[in-house]
Design a protein around this ligand. Structure first.
Ligand SMILES: Nc1ncnc2c1ncn2[C@@H]1O[C@H](COP(=O)(O)OP(=O)(O)OP(=O)(O)O)[C@@H](O)[C@H]1O
Length: 597
């Protein structure tokens, strides 16, 4: 039995940490309330003895005779009232303890649920970025939004099982004290019922995993509907998307129905088997001549034991039904099979001489055959200079940015920062000196001000200064709410060019040591772009700037240009040497360079 509850208990331990010490309190309260109930029920024996006029303790044995002696000095009327009062007090006390236990269990459940969600968000923020390149976002969304709740429910079920298990132990002990023969009979019956229950609930694991997997699929479809609204409409794919979504939703329904149908066989079946056991006990007790008050007390105790045993069995089947959810949550929380976040301890404050890619080879973890996207790339980026990284689509430019930002790490070779391998530098300090404006870095749902100050607290003057440099101040001022304008989800209420200018201001306000612009102005109109380039030109020399663009005008202020082709560095040259070439000619520059060599 312990093995079934183990995943829930382990998750509970991970979630509760130090508060695990509350668990013994749950068990103790459960034991005490069951003990009070047992004694209260035991008092039925003297009460029935008085009513039936059969009060000879010698006719009873063990604990029954002890109960029979309660209030023995009093006359029958007084004795009946005193015993009834005592039974009432015990039952009242039992219910107070049961209430306290429910409150405690609810508190633990709430804490554990919160801890699980908090641990999941912590893990998503801590895990190395390649994790997101490999994993299906639908699966992750499903774990956070669905499975984490089911895991919390599983924890609640484990707590309920602790309470019911404690109560069952105590009530069984009372049964044993009343009649060990009848208790043995009951215990054998319960074992048989449990075996049937065990066999049936073991079949729930498969359907539970199926529900989890279909839920992940459905979450992915939901994400798609939310993100691809324009795409679906312009290509007129509403009917197809509806059919695909409905199929995913129906698959969840069918898997859920199959799981719940199997689960719902168990309560009526166990109730029927328990009733059969119940009746068999009464008949057996009568046939071996057990006294009437003892039979009544035994049956009442058995009657009270039954819901606890059934609840235990229900917990068992529920945990089996949630096993898929528990596995998913534990998988996400398990750091051992996830990419590690970047490490390093060397401090970094500024780039003094150069950044150097030294034979860097890289393959994306998500690509099936792990195709090489950078082949022994060797080039340098001089500190305080502006370097353009250009190449045709798919050449590997953004991959270089990903490596520089340590979203991914080289498979071979290394990146040297003033001679120090980048993987030895403290990633927090390194990233704090970098600002990235990229076509892929979305805005957050908040005001323009919140977006610009996302990476750094800044004064109004600093924010406005950054916005002016990004050619954003003018359009922001013309909005009715100015800097307090809410941009909506991913900046949906702004135009693409406006979004890019706010994102550029967000990068510039950090006044970074290294500024990386990855297609950061490709949606901005020509006039604004020219003004941005002018600003960057005037600031050149204050910082190291890396510019990726397919536009000749955007890279026109750079000192150097690194030309990539098919994941290889074709050439690195001063921009002045190639200033007359068009972009197409620049892309082909390697051939000429190599011929010269
Ligand atoms: N997350 C990823 N998983 C697998 N392969 C990827 C991933 N990102 C990029 N690639 C592959 O790596 C190669 C280089 O991509 P990269 O984005 O660096 O090119 P790029 O030069 O920036 O292209 P563009 O100018 O079109 O933005 C491409 O072949 C691309 O298919």
């Amino acid at each position: 039995m312990f093995r079934i509850f183990l995943p829930g208990l382990q998750l509970l331990r991970d979630a509760l940490g130090g508060q695990m010490r509350l668990l013994p309190a749950v068990v103790i309260l459960g034991l005490c309330s069951a003990a009070l109930e047992g004694v209260g029920i035991g008092l039925i024996i003297p009460m029935l003895g008085i009513i039936a006029g059969d009060q000879d303790p010698a006719a009873l044995n063990g604990v029954s005779s002890l109960f029979q002696q309660v209030g023995s000095g009093l006359d029958d009327g007084e004795r009946l009232i005193v015993i009834a009062g005592a039974a009432f007090t015990l039952i009242g006390l039992k219910n107070v303890l049961a209430f306290a236990n429910t409150v405690l269990a609810t508190f633990i459940y709430g804490k554990a649920g919160h801890s699980i969600r908090s641990a999941l968000s912590g893990q998503l923020l801590r895990v190395g970025f390649p994790f997101f390149m490999k994993e299906n976002p639908g699966r992750l969304l499903n774990i956070i939004s669905n499975e984490s709740w089911r895991a919390s429910d599983a924890i609640q079920t484990v707590l309920a099982a602790l309470v019911n298990g404690s109560a069952a132990v105590i009530l069984l002990a009372f049964l044993l004290l009343l009649s060990w023969q009848m208790t043995l009979f009951v215990a054998l019956g319960l074992v048989l019922v449990q075996l049937v229950h065990y066999a049936l609930s073991a079949t729930l694991k498969g359907p539970s995993r199926e529900v989890t997997s279909f839920n992940s699929e459905l979450a992915a479809r939901m994400l798609h509907l939310v993100h691809a609204g324009r795409l679906i409409r312009i290509f007129g794919q509403e009917a197809r998307e509806k059919a695909v979504f409905d199929a995913a939703s129906d698959a969840v329904r069918r898997a859920g129905f199959s799981l719940q149908a199997r689960q719902s066989v168990l309560p009526p079946l166990t109730e029927t088997l328990h009733s059969a056991l119940f009746l068999a006990v009464v008949v057996a007790a009568w046939s071996v001549g057990v006294s009437f008050p003892v039979i009544v007390a035994f049956v009442v105790l058995l009657y009270r034991l039954q819901p606890h045993v059934r609840a235990l069995q229900l917990s068992w089947s529920q945990i089996q039904g949630w096993s898929g959810s528990l596995e998913e949550v534990r998988w996400l929380l398990d750091a051992s099979d996830k990419p590690k976040p970047p490490e390093g301890e060397e401090p970094f404050d500024c780039l003094r001489q150069q950044l150097r890619f030294d034979g860097v080879t890289f393959r994306y973890p998500s690509s099936g055959s792990r195709a090489v996207v950078l082949h022994a790339a060797t080039f340098k980026i001089r500190g305080g200079c502006s370097t353009a990284v250009i190449g045709r689509s798919g050449a590997g430019k953004t991959t270089i940015v990903n490596l520089l930002c340590r979203f991914v790490e080289p498979d071979e070779g290394q990146i040297l920062v003033d001679g120090i391998p980048l993987n030895r530098i403290d990633p927090v300090q390194w990233r704090s000196q970098i600002a990235l404006a990229s076509q892929d870095l979305e805005l957050v749902d908040g005001t323009i001000l919140e977006n610009i100050t996302y990476g750094r607290e800044a004064s109004t003057a600093e924010v406005e200064h950054a916005a002016r440099m990004a050619e954003a101040h003018g359009f922001i001022e013309s909005l009715p709410q100015g800097y307090q304008t809410v941009v909506g989800y991913r900046g949906a209420s702004l135009s693409a060019g406006q979004r890019q200018r706010v994102a550029l201001a967000r990068a510039l306000v950090r006044d970074p040591e290294i500024l990386i612009l990855d297609e950061a102005t490709n949606a901005v109109d020509g006039l604004s772009e020219a003004a941005i380039v002018e600003t960057l030109k005037s600031r050149a020399g204050h910082r190291t700037t890396i510019v990726i663009s397919h536009h000749r005008s955007t890279i026109s202020f750079c000192d150097e240009v690194v030309i990539l082709g098919g994941g290889r560095v074709k050439s690195q040259t001063p921009f002045a040497d190639v200033a007359t070439l068009s972009m197409d000619q620049l892309y082909e520059h390697e051939a000429a360079g190599e011929r010269r060599a």
